[in-house]
Design a protein around this ligand. Structure first.
Ligand SMILES: [Zn+2]
Length: 489
């Protein structure tokens, strides 16, 4: 089956970098691209003219939202309320349970992965909050994600999350980690079992990965085990680290080490390592940014920093700075991490924050951000066949509409989309030559039905925060409305 897509603008690839074509085509046969650029007059089975649109490689989202929105609830809390959004010691000791059944988790995964496809993500490495689970994810959770990815048709790097400890709020309001090392070992065994399962699927879109929870919830022994398993199975590892001041404090208290020291000692630098966020380190200064020596270690080891600017901003954090990491030779990929999984808003916010942080208008260029969301993600996964539109590459393509009146005038199409548009302008998502999303619909998926069920499950999730709160406050106290309800209601 040979398909030709035509549009006013196409982001091609010249072997080294993206290039822009005007009035051009992308032609693919089954799952592979055979032509990019103007001047196609060969035969095709199917043609589509997208008109005033930009054809681009699909986004590679390496910290990809895989559950229901929680930022709506936990990204604006006061210090006192925020404590209540963690597990309490009591909940850890005697109350912990799964908020959702496996069937409900199946629905949540489908909802989340459908959102990714709608927003133009063609390759994802899922991330979900563990707060709602009785410990972390299970083998079955990963199977359910793999099922959803196959049903929707999105490329995915999957593994169950696991941990040996849980972040809790102590009765006196102190933050700490409480441990169950047996859970950590069982989690790694489950993760290794899933790697075998993923391989046995022999499905072109599904790959295994080791996706442990945040670094402060792992023991040094467990980290060494992860490095060993990653080398044995030859899979990427994603480890949330250098993510916040609390993490630095907890690791200092527990091990007397920085996150990067622990990573070095574990052997993980010898793996294909992805580190989401990497905003904090041992550098001087009020911001506790990573120092030059730390960036040099990340660069030397080929670690990919998974930069999630929109989520970081929602939680009051910023990378200092995109250009500094790039100049140090650090590989930068992108993630969305929480709702909305909107890489275009992420690029806009990231680029704008880079200007704020450096005081330069030419910082955080849109070209660099676009590279990070495509080629950077591909490099992080060690792949030369995705993140670009070129003959021989996978047909992972998105069409971004430029014809909406609200887009305004169009100058450079990429700059225009990033500044004036959002991922809601992605009108078509193609993965491995299959059209996954067209004009907001996904074949075989009842989006409205899924959304109303997700709303019900969101209410259940919201209510469950009260059970974990060390002060047993009600959801109404934890999550008051922006304005009080009017008396007449
Ligand atoms: Zn994250």
């Amino acid at each position: 089956m040979r398909t030709a897509l035509h549009a006013r603008y196409v982001v091609g690839f010249d072997g080294a970098d993206h290039v822009l074509h005007h009035d051009a085509s992308v032609v693919y046969e089954d799952d592979r691209i055979i032509h990019v650029g103007p001047g196609w007059d060969g035969p095709t089975d199917h043609e589509m003219d997208l008109g005033n649109a930009l054809l681009a490689p699909g986004f590679i989202d390496l910290d990809a939202l895989a559950d229901i929105d929680h930022a709506l609830l936990d990204s604006w809390a006061s210090h006192e309320t925020a404590l209540g959004l963690q597990w309490s010691e009591r909940y850890f000791a005697e109350g912990r349970k799964d908020v959702f059944t496996l069937a409900e988790r199946r629905l949540i995964r489908e909802f989340a992965l459908a959102q990714l496809a709608l927003h133009g993500v063609t390759t994802c490495m899922p991330i979900a909050s563990e707060v709602h689970s009785s410990w972390a994810e299970t083998f079955d959770d990963a199977v359910v994600i793999a099922d959803a990815a196959q049903r929707i048709g999105i490329r995915a790097y999957i593994g169950p999350s696991f941990r040996a400890g849980v972040n809790v709020a102590r009765v006196d309001g102190r933050r700490d980690v409480l441990w169950d090392e047996g859970e950590g070992d069982a989690g790694l065994a489950d993760a290794a079992r899933f790697l075998d399962y993923a391989e046995s699927l022999d499905h072109p879109l599904i790959r295994g990965a080791l996706l442990p929870c945040r670094i402060e919830t792992l023991t040094p022994e467990l980290m060494r085990g992860i490095a060993k398993a990653a080398k044995e199975h030859d899979v990427p590892v994603r480890l949330h680290a250098m993510q916040g001041r609390l993490e630095l404090e907890l690791l200092g208290r527990q091990h007397g080490s920085s996150p990067l020291q622990l990573i070095e000692e574990s052997g993980l630098l010898g793996c294909q390592l992805l580190v989401p966020h990497a905003i904090f380190g041992s550098g001087d200064g009020e911001h506790a940014s990573p120092g030059d020596a730390e960036l040099a270690v990340l660069a030397e080891a080929g670690v990919a920093v998974v930069h999630c600017p929109l989520t970081s901003l929602h939680y009051g954090m910023v990378l200092r700075s995109f250009d500094r990491y790039r100049d140090a030779g650090v590989r930068i990929a992108m993630g969305t991490d929480s709702f909305p999984p909107d890489m275009i808003r992420g690029m806009d916010v990231g680029s704008s924050l880079a200007k704020v942080v450096t005081g330069r208008l030419d910082a955080g260029s849109i070209a660099d951000y676009f590279r990070a969301a495509t080629l950077g993600g591909a490099a992080a996964l060690g792949r030369a066949d995705i993140g670009r539109l070129a003959p021989g590459a996978q047909a992972d393509i998105i069409a971004i509409d430029l014809s909406d009146a609200r887009m305004g005038v169009v100058d450079d199409p990429i700059r225009t989309v990033v500044m004036n548009g959002s991922a809601r302008d992605v009108r078509m998502t193609v993965v491995a030559g299959q059209t996954v999303q067209l004009d907001g619909t996904i074949t075989g998926i009842d989006l409205e039905g899924l959304r109303s069920k997700a709303q019900e499950l969101f209410e259940k999730m919201r209510a469950a925060y009260a059970e974990r709160d060390l002060m047993s406050r009600s959801p109404e106290q934890l999550f008051p409305p922006t304005f009080p309800l009017a008396h007449s209601d």
